[in-house]
Design a protein around this ligand. Sequence first.
Ligand code: SAM
Length: 224
Amino acid sequence: MLSIIPTPIGNLKDITIRAKEMLAACDAIICEDTRVTGQLLKLLELPKKEFISFHGYTDEGKADYIVQRLQKGEHLCLVSDAGTPGISDPGYIVVSRVRAAGLQIEALPGPSAFLVALSASGLPINQFLYLGFLPLKKGRQTLLQSFQSEERTIVFYESPHRIQKTLAELATVLSEQPERVVVIARELTKMHEQIIYTSISSLEKESKEMTVKGEFTVVLGPHP
Ligand code: SAM
């Protein structure tokens, strides 16, 4: 069986009891970075495990190997560096191959940065649009322009290197909607967590004043 195990996005206490039990009991753990997952097991005081590293789309052969091991009856856990596997990180290929092979999959609920940001945002979230990381070039401008008429709350991930540039682009493309809400969630669940609630009209000022370190998730309110 393949168990998909979300792991904390910052606060170690966000691991679930079930996730810990699975990680302790499985035969091996499929992970992105063996050092990150090794450190997680150590902090959770879990026994050492065999790691099968899996980085993404280039690991086609590895996906076959994982399927073969599951076919032998092994219990493998899939984790990513943080959060829910497959949400803007490797994992999808493994799950799709295992699913295609007709093998048993169990997915545990757990942390994901975009869900924490949405729930803290105070914006309407009965419906929302999750975009992962915005495209760097192709389609970027068209996508940003589509935000002008989007009636759902939008949530996306951004790196510290690009956050200010992206916020400046948002301010430009939405300059005719100055009251539209933007929530910048930084370092969620960590010691230096910061949630900036602002609007398009103040976005550039806020962006220049904020600390540009750590991990960012941006939530944009719907078209008024
Ligand atoms: N699988 C993860 C999940 O379920 O949230 C997301 C993985 S993606 C490679 C990593 C991105 O998620 C970061 O670059 C950042 O944009 C966002 N992120 C992760 N942890 C975060 C945190 N603690 N606070 C804010 N954003 C975070």
